[in-house]
Design a protein around this ligand. Structure first.
Ligand code: PLP
Length: 405
């Protein structure tokens, strides 16, 4: 479509031209298998190694601590299931602590482990989506093997106090896994400074290709192979490497790190401009997640009273505006978002929620167009809402009221 306004960069990002160009040779003439000894193979191996180095440098890790995966979901599964298997092999019972607003890649993995005897504590979050470190400390048991808390939430953008959580985990000798799929490339992350033991990342959230990501694993903490077979990925994830995708990930990381601070600052300003405009000019709206520094630079999430987000999304789609009703993975599910429920939203408000996520191409003009379309659609939907009619009959509508629930 020609005049699309794409505001769903948390769902996925378009691949950068530079990334595509970097990948191209490895899909055609440089097609060697990195395990082959001759020069065609060595070229592919060098390309994989150089991507691994770029990535390791970007988080202050060593090259042998980066394992390529098919993306964030696989990395999350590996970290959580690997820790469980390690505990079992060492003859220990396994307890895992996570929180209620993790991505399903972590939550459903934990549920699957519960089916086979693992015990899991799901920490509640406050009304902005933040995990309380004191609550983590209170939930720790003798058999706790892993704490898994995301760096930043994919729906409401809340940034977790990872440094505080990691100090608690370290004090009790417990591993910390961090799903950084939404945060990496948007904010600086150093695994040593933050005390992270394992970290999941996905390339398609940072203008890289789909189907590739990595799991950072601190040296010596986990020797549970994800896939058994050949000796690829230091024997931990067998199977011929997706060389072109790995090269693309490396290039996407290199570019993201170069632009990190400037781009985050630019998006932060646009984010706050849009948030301030919506709260000032559309009545009966609630900002979900933190305001200001505790929020990802590119994330905006609002709930509108007396509006169904599905209808809103269709009306915006007709104008070529792509936003989401929550996480893309939950689309099609009838139940309200687990994240919005966990921060205390009643079902009617959770069902009137939209997420806009900004990216490199987002401009103020695009946001102004999106704002006008959202305002028009919200007001039109309220015009035909019986609940809104009952509400306006029941009380005088004050156009300046910001929030209702
Ligand atoms: N974790 C978070 C926080 C995400 O937002 C996503 C994707 O939206 C994933 C994990 C899954 O990543 P992938 O799509 O690479 O499997």
């Amino acid at each position: 479509m020609e005049s699309v306004i794409y505001l769903d960069y948390a769902a996925t990002t378009p691949m950068r031209e530079e990334v595509f160009q970097a990948m191209k040779p490895y899909m055609t003439k440089e097609f060697g298998n990195p395990s082959s000894a001759y020069s065609l193979g060595r070229t592919a191996r060098e390309a994989v190694n150089s991507a691994r180095k770029i990535i390791a440098d970007s988080i202050g890790a060593k090259e042998n601590e980066i394992y390529f995966t098919s993306g964030g979901t696989e990395a999350d599964n590996w970290a959580v299931k690997g820790t469980y298997r390690k505990a079992l092999l060492e003859g220990r019972h396994c307890h895992i602590i996570t929180d209620e607003i993790e991505h399903h890649a972590v939550l459903h993995t934990c549920k699957a482990l519960e089916d086979i005897g693992c015990e899991v504590t799901y920490l509640p979050v406050d009304d902005t989506g933040k995990v309380n470190p004191a609550m983590l400390e209170r939930s720790i048991r003798k058999d706790t093997a892993l704490v898994s808390v995301m760096m930043a939430n994919n729906e409401i953008g809340t940034i977790q106090p990872i440094s505080e959580l990691s100090k608690i985990a370290k004090r009790h000798n417990i591993l910390l896994h961090v799903d950084a799929v939404q945060a990496y490339g948007h904010m600086p992350i150093n695994v040593d400074e933050l005390g992270i033991d394992m970290m999941s990342v996905s390339a398609h959230k940072l203008y890289g290709p789909k189907g590739i990501g990595f799991l950072y694993v601190r040296e010596g903490i986990l020797d549970e192979a994800l896939l058994n077979g050949g000796s690829q990925e230091m024997g931990m994830r067998a199977g011929t490497e997706n060389v072109a995708a790995i090269v693309g990930l490396g290039e996407a990381v290199r570019l993201a790190m170069q632009e990190l601070y400037d781009e985050a600052e630019r998006e932060r300003k646009l984010r706050d401009y849009f948030i301030d405009r919506v709260t000032a000019e559309i009545p009966y709206v609630r900002l979900n997640g933190a305001y200001g520094a505790g929020r990802l630079a590119n994330n905006i999430n609002f709930s509108f009273s007396f509006v169904e987000s599905e209808s809103l999304l269709i009306m915006l789609d007709m104008k070529g505006i792509c936003i989401s009703a929550g996480s893309a993975c939950a689309t099609g599910s009838k139940s309200p978002s687990h994240v919005l429920t966990a921060i205390g939203l009643p079902t009617n408000l959770a069902n009137g929620s939209i997420r806009l996520t900004l990216g490199r191409s987002t401009t103020k003009e695009e946001l102004d167009t999106a704002f006008n379309a959202i305002k028009e659609a919200v007001l039109a939907l309220r015009e035909v809402s019986i609940q809104y009619e009952d509400f306006t009959k029941g009380q005088q509508v004050n156009e300046n009221r910001r929030i209702l629930y």
